[in-house]
Design a protein around this ligand. Structure first.
Ligand code: SF4
Length: 232
């Protein structure tokens, strides 16, 4: 199989999954993260350590449960090429295991931790979370992933799974197919996607600070908003 680099095409997008998750927390967070990155407070040492743990867990799941996959990030280099390289890999005959499989539909970019295209063309997607249980933030994250994957694959999408850390002895992770649970969120998620695209096309929203600044995540623009003094 050629490495596919010669067919890479640059694709752009308006919204990413991580931008969607920020918009769920606060539309101003979404806006600032796109247009005022220089105002961000850097991640704390603790947060960076947590990211490292998450990446180690992902690697462990991939190596032990889904070995031999192609990592789109390692080959395609630039985000703009990830979608076309993923398409190239999925056009190859036989079973394909793809890490960081990237999909752009409706101007929304998502990256799937593991995507398996089976011999019969059916697709299984696996999102890996270091958490041992689902929470609202993870469900929002999974809802947009599922919707965009469904738009790309339609009936070819066989399962959409979350892999969570397991604290049980002898079992490092659990796998749950959430396709049926996530399907009812699709209409609402679609509406939010349109709302967030409109936010990004408008000026900076005026949002007062409040509990949402630390829930579910600590916003990286707290210093910026405090300096500007819009408080509840
Ligand atoms: S600090 Fe609070 S109000 Fe300001 S962008 Fe972040 S979440 Fe929104």
């Amino acid at each position: 199989m050629p490495d596919g680099k010669s067919i890479l095409m640059y694709n752009s997008w308006a919204l990413s999954k991580s931008a969607f998750v920020k918009g769920e927390q606060c539309v101003k967070y979404l806006y600032l993260d796109k247009y005022k990155k220089q105002e961000k407070t850097p991640f704390s040492k603790e947060t960076l350590e947590l990211f490292d743990k998450g990446h180690s867990f992902e690697d462990m799941v991939r190596d032990n449960g889904f070995p031999g996959g192609v990592n789109v990030k390692d080959v395609a280099g630039n985000f703009g090429f990830f979608n076309s390289y993923t398409q190239y890999l999925l056009q190859q005959p036989g079973r394909q295991v793809v890490y960081e499989a990237t999909i752009i539909e409706d101007d929304v970019l998502i990256m799937c931790d593991i995507l398996v295209k089976n011999d019969n063309g059916q697709v299984d997607i696996f999102e890996i979370k270091l958490n041992s249980s689902l929470n609202e933030a993870i469900q929002n994250d999974l809802s947009v992933q599922y919707l965009i994957a469904k738009k790309r694959f339609g009936d070819q999408l066989s399962t959409f799974n979350v892999i969570l850390r397991s604290d049980d002895e002898g079992q490092a992770w659990t796998v749950s197919n959430l396709k049926n649970e996530l399907e009812p969120n699709s209409i609402e998620t679609d509406k939010k996607i349109n709302l967030f695209k409109n936010v990004l096309a408008d000026g900076e929203p005026e949002i007062a600070m409040g509990d949402h600044c630390n829930k579910p995540y600590t916003c990286m623009f707290i210093d910026y908003c405090q300096k500007r003094g819009i408080q509840n």
